[in-house]
Write a protein that binds this ligand. Structure first.
Ligand SMILES: Nc1nc2c(ncn2[C@@H]2O[C@H](COP(=O)(O)OP(=O)(O)OP(=O)(O)O)[C@@H](O)[C@H]2O)c(=O)[nH]1
Ligand SMILES: [Zn+2]
Ligand SMILES: [Zn+2]
Length: 261
């Protein structure tokens, strides 16, 4: 997690940006230095310590309080919320591009996009026809509940809608941060290897659905789906699976059913 990188202490070091609009700067530019000097530190304090900061308890309990507030908003407005987590490039945005035109026929769809930099993904979602807002986390490697809370104030999702949160591509830190979502969907592509559930157990443990993506590439990669599932079930025996090809469209209907169930 962030014990050494200190990114959990990233208070207000992020920006919010809607496609075609100027970013809302959170004001506090705490990221004017890098970590290449070999010591871990939280942001917003001096460099006088070489001790890694143990952030877990206070940072996570503060996050959990705000996540509960988000959950209350979602429940009150009957907004079904999904936190999409994965390693970089597993196909989260491509999947959303496929899902949006289908889901839009049934409900309003909103997307909060999380990346360290760029509005590329929010622009892609905008093109796909859903309302999107981009959260740029700067050096932070995950979204937290406060970022979602702030993004909601701008996005203003309507009652009975669907909200997808595309987390920062990272199989480690996002697992620790409850955003107030209904479900966590982990996307794992066949190019990543069947051992990922064992290497990154917390993410698999904390997810409800695992989407196995890029199945069109199965003939070209050494990936055994049965082995992957066995590994994932060892970590979380409640985990559901849907096998898809986001680019080809196979399995998307089954994924839609899971989302609407
Ligand atoms: N062959 C194949 N390629 C895919 C599939 N899904 C996504 N890709 C490709 O994988 C690359 C990454 O896809 P993205 O949708 O940008 O992945 P992402 O998870 O949103 O990436 P980050 O937001 O950067 O973490 C792109 O070149 C996609 O075209 C798939 O089902 N099959
Ligand atoms: Zn981190
Ligand atoms: Zn993406």
């Amino acid at each position: 997690m962030c014990d050494t990188c200190g990114c959990s202490d990233n208070e207000k070091g992020y920006t919010l940006e809607k496609p075609g609009q100027k970013p809302t700067n959170s004001g506090n530019d705490v990221h004017d230095h890098d970590h290449s000097n070999g010591h871990g530190h939280g942001h917003g304090h001096g460099h006088g310590t070489s001790e890694p900061i143990l952030l877990s308890t206070p940072v996570l309990s503060k996050n959990n309080l705000i996540a509960e507030r988000n959950r209350g908003i979602f429940e009150a407005k009957n907004i079904k919320t999904f936190n999409l987590v994965s390693s970089p490039g597993s196909g989260k945005t491509t999947l959303l591009e496929k899902l949006i035109p289908i889901l839009k026929k049934l409900k309003e769809v909103y997307v909060i996009e999380g990346d360290q930099q760029t509005t590329n993904d929010a622009n892609r979602i905008d093109q796909a026809g859903a309302m999107a807002i981009q959260v740029n986390t700067g050096k932070g490697c995950h979204l937290d509940a406060m970022m979602i809370h702030d993004a909601l104030l701008q996005l203003k999702p309507t009652e009975n809608s669907l909200l997808f949160i595309e987390n920062v591509g990272n199989l480690v830190c996002p697992s620790l941060f409850d955003l107030g979502e209904n479900s966590r969907i982990l996307i794992s592509s066949v190019t990543e290897g069947a051992d990922k559930p064992l290497k990154y157990p917390y993410m698999f443990e904390s997810s409800q659905l695992c989407v196995i993506n890029k199945t069109d590439l199965l003939p070209y990669v050494d990936f055994r789906i049965d082995q992957f599932k066995t590994n994932a079930l060892r970590v979380n025996h409640h985990l559901d699976f849907v096998e898809v090809s986001a680019t080809g469209g196979q399995g998307i209907e089954e994924l839609v059913k899971w989302i609407l169930a």
